[in-house]
Design a protein around this ligand. Structure first.
Ligand code: F6P
Length: 555
């Protein structure tokens, strides 16, 4: 069938690279590719204040990017030619913009205030969203107050979230990020990997009688999560003895009530969400139950308010003042014109240590696509590879390459003006490093500056920094639940902006299917006591054969 799926906006046929703004950007790139940030700052003393934007408590300094006013004008023109405004409205309006799965994309409804009305398939979803939030809050309250007891009457002291991908990375990232606000007399752990080590280590030295598992899976069919959920059930029942204990020690977050109840979880203890919430966009739904228990409903709602504030900004601000749009367009500029292959996210806050890992799924599962909405292959690069570590650790590890390597790595630096728990002058040391890094990356150190310091000639090239390495600086007052919400929404919408320009479906993930299917075929070949004839390629056959032989030899 060649016809487009029903309910989907007409798919663009004109290639991105044929658009007037794209062609103009190609020409413009040739003019400014060697222009140095030193020059740009010297020519415009106000640049560092001019090329900034602020919304919802987030200050974005994008002045240390290799752009001029003309670059920005053309990038904004490109957004217009790609119908970004229409696509934003379509997303917020509940149109089925996830065309390959024929689904609406409405994570923005998860943080909509009760007064809003958002209709999907004839139903206003906002009351349902708030009903689930209220149930989560009531449940969290029962657990934290001790009114929810384990099967043997003990208080719950350990909460373990079992999930993977979007059902893990969001909860664990946000739990770590908001640890300052979390209950300190309870333990929160996260099991994701099917590697038994993850389960074994998470359950070391804790008592099943005091442990609550949240089995978190949108589909409730994910192999890794179900394997860990069954291991948890066995671990709990080994001590608790009675299958009725499952109801007291297991709750579920899912869209699949049937599978949840097959597992033995009381449907009354299932927290639902909807197929219009993608896994990687779900931490503010019931998927965030562990976060809600850890930080309490008030803080959770503050986080939602932060998300919503950024949503509103994204929806209404003009593109040249719109933080997610600006960040998305800058990402396109480096990815497609400078041919940068990666981008680094460098939070100067230890609480954000899992933020880069969270963004890896958000960015790469969303935009790592090779065909456009109409199924034709793209003739340009899509998502960059994202990576990062918290500052200052990265400085003593990989920053060398960012400063003096041969590759261009655009970086986002994220910092806060106030520490949550100040320790002597540590926060000043931390932030001085952030500011110093962006300064060094932009301006570098010329050979003559190095010579003037008395450096011997032979050493000068090694001590020279070219500079002209682009960065964004994202600055907020302090890391609060509200700020975390704004930050996550900022990246969600930047990713969406990029996906719209590339004309891809940022909300499906067909690329993970093949490996899953092949693993299902291989599992019995590793489990079987007798040898099963192998019909893979010669490499895969040999690896499986060696694994089976060596395992038998060791047992
Ligand atoms: O396989 C990828 C994926 O589908 C992700 O998109 C998702 O976040 C993850 O698996 C977990 O899926 P589920 O929540 O259904 O277990």
């Amino acid at each position: 069938m060649n016809s487009e799926p029903a309910g989907v906006a007409p798919l663009k046929t004109q290639s991105l690279t044929e658009l007037p703004a794209w062609k103009a950007l190609e020409e413009h790139y040739q003019i400014i590719r060697n222009l140095h940030l030193r020059q740009l700052f010297a020519d415009d003393p106000q640049r560092g204040e001019r090329l900034t934007a602020e919304a919802a408590g987030i200050y974005l300094d994008y002045s240390k990017n290799r752009i001029t006013g003309e670059t920005l004008r053309l990038l904004v023109q490109l957004a217009g030619e790609c119908d970004l405004r229409k696509r934003i409205d379509a997303m917020f309006g509940g149109e089925k913009i996830n065309s390959t799965e024929q689904r609406a994309v409405l994570h923005t409804a998860l943080r909509a205030p009760e007064s809003e009305r958002i209709v999907v398939d004839g139903i206003d979803v906002v009351p349902e969203v708030h009903e689930v939030l209220d149930r989560m809050a009531a449940f969290g309250d029962q657990v934290c107050s001790g009114r929810w007891q384990g099967y043997t009457g003990k208080r719950i002291r350990n909460v373990i979230n079992v999930g993977i991908g979007g059902s893990d990375l969001g909860p664990v990232m946000a739990y770590e990020a908001l640890r300052h606000y979390s209950l300190r007399d309870m333990r929160f752990r996260f099991i994701s990997n099917v590697d038994g080590t993850d389960f074994n280590e998470a359950t070391v030295a804790i008592d099943p009688e005091e442990t609550l598992f949240i089995i978190c899976s949108k589909t409730f069919t994910t192999t890794e999560t179900l394997a860990n959920a069954h291991a948890a059930r066995k671990w709990a029942l080994d001590k608790l003895g009675d299958v009725r204990a499952v109801r007291k020690h297991f709750v579920a977050v899912s869209t699949n009530a049937e599978e949840v109840s097959k597992f033995g979880i009381d449907p009354a203890n299932m927290f639902g969400f909807w197929d219009w919430v993608g896994g990687r966009y779900s931490m503010d739904s019931a998927v965030g139950l562990s976060i809600m228990i850890a930080i309490g409903p008030e803080n959770f709602r503050a986080m939602l308010a932060g998300f919503h504030a950024m949503d509103q900004h994204f929806r209404t601000a003009p593109f040249d003042k719109n933080l997610p749009v600006l960040m998305g367009l800058l990402a396109i500029w480096y990815n497609n014109f400078f041919d940068a292959q990666t981008t680094a996210v460098l939070p100067y806050d230890q609480y954000l240590k899992r933020f880069p890992a969270y963004l890896q799924q958000l960015m790469m599962e969303s935009n790592g696509k090779h065909v456009m909405l109409n199924g034709a292959r793209v003739n340009y690069q899509t998502s960059p590879i994202v990576w990062g570590e918290p500052g200052t650790n990265g400085q003593h590890s990989f920053y060398q390459l960012i400063h003096q390597g041969t590759r261009l790595v655009p970086c986002d630096f994220i910092g806060f003006c106030n520490a949550l728990k100040p320790l002597d002058n540590h926060h000043e040391l931390l932030m001085a490093n952030l500011f110093a890094q962006t300064e060094a990356l932009a301006f570098g150190k010329t050979e003559s500056e190095v010579e003037a310091e008395g450096t011997p000639d032979w050493l000068c090239p090694h001590r020279t920094f070219d500079g002209n390495r682009p960065t964004n600086t994202i600055l907020a007052d302090r890391l609060t639940p509200y700020t975390l919400g704004t930050l996550v929404a900022l990246y969600e919408h930047s990713v969406f902006t990029q996906g719209v320009i590339w004309n891809i479906d940022s909300f499906d993930q067909w690329g993970v299917e093949l490996g899953k299917a092949l693993a299902q075929r291989i599992i019995p070949e590793l489990e079987s006591a007798s040898e099963i004839p192998l019909t893979h390629d010669s490499s895969t056959n040999a690896l499986i054969r060696r694994y089976n032989q060596r395992r038998k030899a060791q047992s």
